[in-house]
Design a protein around this ligand. Structure first.
Ligand SMILES: Nc1nc2c(ncn2[C@@H]2O[C@H](COP(=O)(O)OP(=O)(O)OP(=O)(O)O)[C@@H](O)[C@H]2O)c(=O)[nH]1
Ligand SMILES: [Mg+2]
Length: 431
């Protein structure tokens, strides 16, 4: 899947990482290469242009830092934008234990609706699923579904008197009465989106009330698939899409454009004629695959670490200015908590024993700070008697506890300021 994209982006990536520094002209060249790559992959030109515009803003706005290479930053930006382009976060069917979820698969002729219906049923067999034939047009359609259903051991509702609507109506009642939790409707395809097809789909949806109207489109057809998504969305309503045949030599344009160009998120992709060839579409994983998995994961971690370092530096200078407040304190606590349990951390400081650290005491301080309003955290000076009473009640502590925290905070802040001014701030490790 996406072999061509992986290949071209691979070359591009090596070029980007090779730059020692990236000035405006290098960035222009990189963005131009990316644009060409996207267009060659049959991405809609408007989508490609928007992608480049967003990427440019992101690259120009990213904070440069001595310990990170500019190429790394650009590549990380490409990864994030690519993930967004592919739909951002993953879209999955939300099942329920107390009601039937209905999925209606629609799309043009031969795109893979029937195959996909069976693949979906196979993945979600545990939902006690029913497959429903709503294709009364093509004589062999019902038999096809029946045979495939039999292969995976899933019940296929019988076609009622060559009447798709009646079949769907009865199937709906059948799912309710047999405690099934998933019903998948396989609708008929047409060569074109015509009024008759739209009307039929609308009627089916009125009867079955599907929570998921999913377009099935052939991924090999590139922009045609995107256009189909736009048309169906307008005429029948759509909740998502499934692109099939991405195992072939599809250039990837449809997968890259459909979410943004048609506003239709991708739920699954079909990756083979075999009934196991269906993958949940994970935008971030696909972006990682396109850009080279190993590189991206490491890179994202590295940049995050540097960003934290920048935050720390800001915090340090605030402290030394005597400008430290309880909001900063919470921020600092969060950062420290990410590193591990407080006891273990404190024990790393020479002279402090693990047993000396009272985790409950720290929790108490946090509870007090969380009970303050944002204004109070930013300007501790405003905390008067009645505010203290409220904070104590809110955090389940006493006035005495609140006073103690405020006092300790003021002493610490003033000390930091004093020593900071005389240059001793530098000896405080990690603060
Ligand atoms: N390679 C590949 N072939 C697929 C995939 N999905 C479906 N096909 C093939 O595409 C052809 C058409 O699939 P169907 O499931 O019958 O398509 P349909 O949309 O139900 O067709 P109509 O009901 O006639 O509109 C079959 O030969 C499938 O095996 C896929 O993900 N990859
Ligand atoms: Mg079919």
């Amino acid at each position: 899947m996406f072999d061509t994209l992986i290949d071209t982006f691979g070359k591009l990536k090596r070029k980007i990482l090779g730059y020692g520094r990236i000035t405006d002209s290098e960035l222009d060249a990189i963005l131009k290469d990316i644009r060409i790559t996207l267009l060659e992959a049959d991405v809609h030109y408007k989508v490609a242009r928007e992608f480049i515009d967003r990427l440019r803003v992101k690259c120009e706005g990213s904070a440069l830092h001595k310990s990170i290479k500019p190429g790394d930053l650009v590549l990380k930006a490409v990864y994030e934008e690519l993930t967004e382009l592919l739909g951002g976060s993953v879209h999955r069917i939300a099942f329920a234990t107390d009601r039937v979820i209905v999925i209606s698969l629609l799309g043009l002729q031969g795109v893979g609706k029937t195959t996909t219906a069976v693949k979906l049923a196979n993945v979600h067999k545990d939902k006690n699923v029913l497959l429903v034939p709503a294709d009364a047009k093509r004589p062999a359609a019902y038999e096809q579904l029946q045979q495939l259903g039999q292969r995976i051991g899933v019940e296929v509702f019988p076609l009622v008197g060559n009447d798709a609507l009646e079949t769907v109506r009865r199937a709906r009642t059948h799912t309710e009465s047999t405690g099934k939790k998933l019903m998948i409707i396989d609708t008929a395809g047409r060569l074109h989106i015509d009024d008759e097809l739209i009307h039929e789909l609308q009627s089916i949806h009125e009867i079955a009330k599907p929570q998921y109207r999913l377009l099935v489109a052939d991924g090999m057809t590139g922009q045609d698939a995107v256009n189909q998504a736009s048309s169906f969305k307008e005429k029948t309503g759509l909740d998502g899409a499934i692109l099939t045949k991405l195992d072939g030599d599809a250039r990837g344009g449809a997968a890259l454009s459909i979410a943004r160009a048609a506003g239709v998120p991708l739920y699954y992709v079909g990756t083979g004629e075999d009934l196991s060839g269906l993958d949940v579409f994970y935008p971030d994983r696909i972006a990682q695959r396109i850009l080279g998995m190993g590189d991206i994961a490491g890179l994202v971690d590295k940049v995050k670490a540097v960003e934290q370092e920048i935050d720390q530096e800001k915090l340090r200078s605030k402290m030394l200015e005597g400008d430290f407040n309880f909001e900063d304190f919470l921020e600092q606590m969060k950062m420290v908590r990410r590193l591990g349990p407080m006891k273990k951390l404190a024990a790393m400081i020479p002279g402090v024993k693990e047993a000396d650290v009272d985790e409950r005491e720290i929790k108490k301080v946090e509870a007090i700070v969380y009970s303050m309003t944002r204004q109070e955290r930013l300007h501790p000076g405003i905390i008067n008697g009645s505010r203290k009473r409220r904070i104590a009640a809110g955090s389940g502590t006493s006035m005495q506890d609140v006073n103690k925290v405020l006092k300790q905070f003021t002493v610490a802040r003033d000390m930091l300021k004093k020593y900071g001014k005389s240059g001793m701030g530098k000896i405080l490790p990690g603060m």
